[in-house]
Design a protein around this ligand. Sequence first.
Ligand SMILES: [Fe+2]
Length: 520
Amino acid sequence: MMSKKENKAEFMGFEEKHRILVIDDEPSVLELCRELLELEGYEVECANNGPDAVAMAMSTHFDVVLTDINMPGLNGIDLFSEIKIHQEEVLGIVMTGHATLNYAIQALNSGFVGFVLKPFRLEHLLQAIRDALQTKQVLLENHRLKTLIPLFELSKSFMTNVHLPTLLDQIVNTCVLVTKANKVSLMLLDEKTGKLKIAAAVGLSPEIIKDTEVSVGEGISGYVAQTGAPLVLNSNSNTDPNSRFYQLLKRSNIVTAICHPLLSQRQVIGVLNLTKTSKGSQFTRSDLEFVSILAGQAATAIENARLYENLRQSYFNTIVSLNHALEAKDPYTRGHSERVAHYSLMIAQQLGLSQEDCEKIEAGAKLHDIGKIGVPDRVLLKNGRLTKDEFEMIKLHPKIGAAILEPLGIFKDLIPIVKYHHERWDGKGYNEGLKEEEIPFDAAIVAVADTLDAMTSTRPYRKSLDFDSVVNEIGRFKGRQFHPIVADAFLELAQNHKADFLVKDGEASYLWVTKLAMDR
Ligand SMILES: [Fe+2]
């Protein structure tokens, strides 16, 4: 068990001072500006022409650009537009000796926020810079408020969504939306192996997602899992190449990174990694604040989803065991629900349904006949044709199944499958006589899978049909007994993956089902 964590954020290469880029073709102006502004505590870089300034802006983040207008090559207005391509949030101040109203209007229209007349007085220059930084602060606050909206939306979703993979995808997507990170990964700590594995990601290849495994203490994510404290890494032209993780960032072409632990009850359960590879755009303190709030909410939501899943799984296993016990009484139906679940999953995947829907349909199919528990054995196990009354008793099993699951609120998404798996597209099914689109789609999938298994198995009153005959029958009853889209999906599958459907009766099929369960 890892020790309890409660550590403060670490900032490596994080800009505490405001950075100003001064551009003027007169060296004396540059020197004067550098001297004055550095005395005021600003970090200052100078360029005596436009192309050099653009190159600097591509590798270093600046808060303010202070530029002359008339320069050979690239004038100040065009130069600022180019810098803005690389640094969206930078603010500009014009300094010129040729003040005309036209210049001022042109500069304001181009996005500059200040105007300084040369020769300038120190207090005018400083005031213009302070005003620009204040404007920047307001813009940052505005951005921060805007990030509250996706956070609010996400927290609402956390309250209702307990499907872990969907939850994790929402978390990484919100990070990209708010921080404009190029790559985001959410790693969860495997308690057994003590390693971090990627559970959701944006901007990473499937191979990296699958193969990445990081031990606690190893690399950046492992370091954060070990310390339990957030880490902000910014690399720029001033970063000391010997500083921790610098080489790692450089190798991956990362210019800025936030790595945040996911803490539940002060234990690390995972790590959230955000990186940017575009030069000149670094994570800010407000990005870190956003990630901290999100990480806190996410960790709680992940723990809740896990607890819910454990609870649901243990209830589910109990009911599946009951169902197996029921099926075991009858050699003709042994393994039926597992086979139906397997076929249902194949059809759902063929239909391109989401992983969440596929899992739901597979689980519902495992329980589809649970209501047979309420049908007397003398009817259920009768060795011969059923009378009309006996068949009426059998027909009650979807209703009984739904009644068994209803008190267990956690299975409410499976009830439609259990309740409507004997409805028919033409409305001639039971218990409700629903037709066409009235029948829940999940139930329509299980209906095809159920019929497939019933027809390929021997029953006391008839021999099994061979697979090709069953395929023909399902094609013939498409749009009568079966939902046409579901039937088509099955027919396509049958054509391309016949081997996956080939099952035999009795003991052989039981072993086949056991093998399937073990393969999973
Ligand atoms: Fe059934």
